[in-house]
Ligand binder design. Structure first.
Ligand SMILES: [Zn+2]
Length: 151
């Protein structure tokens, strides 16, 4: 039994679809030398069967935009003085840098290794993003995340 609210101050990202937790950790860019991070894989959940949970100690202001992209159904709990003071539902970011990779072989990002991969949200309903350079469209719907994400 893991008590996820046992931190004094921090962020608990709960109800992450099992398997997505590692991807999210990759993109949150948390300075692990500075902050302590607990990562729980395949925890039992009444609602979802299996879930991942990420707990970040002592920090409440990290950029969570990537959550809306990778796992919009997760829940973010902001903890202060051992209690949840705020619950956040992730939303789709308008612009994402270096998360989605462009698959167009003629795109500048395919040719130049250092070119930033920048995508803009064009349709929230279909969760479609468009490459800034070549106008290729990528849908963040479905389970093909491994093919879409850069790392
Ligand atoms: Zn492109």
């Amino acid at each position: 039994m893991v008590v996820i609210n046992s931190i004094e101050k921090g962020i608990v990202i709960d109800h992450i679809k099992a398997g997505n937790g590692a991807k999210i950790l990759n993109y949150l860019n948390i300075d692990t030398a500075k902050y302590s991070v607990a990562f729980l894989m395949n925890a039992s959940s009444n609602q979802f069967g299996k879930k991942d949970v990420i707990k970040i100690d002592k920090v409440t202001d990290i950029d969570l935009a990537v959550l809306g992209l990778i796992n919009p159904d997760c829940t973010v709990n902001i903890i202060e003085d051992h209690v949840i003071v705020k619950k956040i539902k992730p939303t789709l970011p308008e612009t994402v840098s270096n998360v989605i990779k462009c698959k167009n072989p003629r795109c500048v990002t395919s040719v130049e290794a250092n070119a930033p991969h920048i995508f803009h949200l064009i349709n929230p309903e279909t969760r479609e993003y468009q490459c800034e350079y070549c106008d290729d469209i990528v849908s963040m719907k479905g389970d093909n995340l491994d093919a879409i994400l850069r790392k």
